[in-house]
Ligand binder design. Structure first.
Ligand SMILES: Nc1nc2c(ncn2[C@@H]2O[C@H](COP(=O)(O)OP(=O)(O)O)[C@@H](O)[C@H]2O)c(=O)[nH]1
Ligand SMILES: [Mg+2]
Length: 272
């Protein structure tokens, strides 16, 4: 079945895109990455013909989801739009950010291009600030090898604190390992502990003040430190998205005025 735009707007439990998050037997996996990192190649290899495409609810951005089974477990894989960041500078970035933030997939696989890791790691580090359930997939290892790069996967794993898998998706190499690591993460056999980025002392001091308050408002549904960082950055679009998903924040529903206050406080005031 091909999802029409209309059917892709159907909501399940108040959430978008026809994915049944309430089914405890289905593990939802998001695939994120910069454009051209081989994300769709990974997606196609894992899901084969079991795919549906449509649009993200209310957006002109293509949405692809597919499913596969591994070790008797049913996985739904969601191919997020290719983005360089999650700062919501574009509708694609907004869609990717909102899916990771509010739909809380069981794991997010971030596909990186092995030939330009430095640029690609930017997105990976941003996602690691939102969720600990991250798996790094370093793809295009053949291209990296051709260019004479040696990627120390083990060292990256240790430094980032999350599992790192090397792949050559076009040749299907490393994908069994990727599935196995995904299985281990979603079944808590591996607990990723993403390295925490430490910011300048004024930002850290501000975070110390506001994060506990945000935690009270947001509960465990969303990473309060990350929301704090976005607020310091003056990211109004995240606040808007939180309001849109207000049903998922029972505490916030009671006290939404308090968060609004943060939104109205300018960056200079917060830091001052
Ligand atoms: N050499 C090489 N090419 C790859 C690999 N994975 C994907 N590609 C190619 O890279 C291009 C972009 O892949 P695609 O999956 O569309 O990237 P996306 O934009 O991240 O979804 C395509 O031509 C793929 O065939 C790989 O591991 N090695
Ligand atoms: Mg693609």
């Amino acid at each position: 079945m091909k999802l029409t735009h209309r059917s892709s707007e159907k909501k399940v439990n108040g959430r978008n895109n026809n994915i049944d998050f309430s089914d405890p037997n289905i593990k939802i996996i998001a695939l994120a990455g910069n454009p051209n990192t081989g994300k769709s190649t990974v997606f196609n290899s894992l899901t084969g013909l079991n795919q549906h495409t449509g649009n993200w609810a209310g957006k002109t951005v293509t949405h692809a989801k597919g499913s596969f089974y591994y070790r008797n477990q049913h996985y739904v894989l969601v191919d997020l739009p290719g983005t360089y960041s999650l700062l919501a500078n574009s509708v694609e970035e907004q869609v990717a950010r909102d899916f990771i933030c509010f739909n809380q997939p069981h794991a997010t696989i971030v596909v990186l291009d092995a030939t330009c890791l430095e640029r690609n790691l930017n997105l990976a580090l941003q996602i690691m600030e939102i969720t600990p359930h991250v798996i790094i997939c370093i793809n295009l290892l053949d291209e990296a090898q051709r260019k004479g790069y040696f990627i120390d996967l083990n060292s990256l794993n240790i430094q980032l604190g999350v599992p790192v898998v090397g792949t050559i998706a076009r040749e299907g190499k490393g994908l069994e390992h990727l599935k196995d690591i995904t299985y281990q993460v979603v079944n808590n056999l591996i607990t990723p502990k993403p390295a925490k980025l430490i910011y300048s002392s004024d930002i850290e001091r501000t975070l110390e003040k506001i994060t506990p308050q945000l935690e009270k408002l947001l509960g465990e549904r969303i990473n309060a430190r990350w929301v704090g960082l976005r607020l310091i950055d003056g990211d109004q679009s995240l606040l808007n998205a939180i309001y849109e998903h207000i049903d998922t924040f029972p505490e916030l529903k009671k006290e939404s005025e308090v968060l609004k206050h943060y939104g109205e406080t300018k960056q200079s005031n917060i830091l001052g």
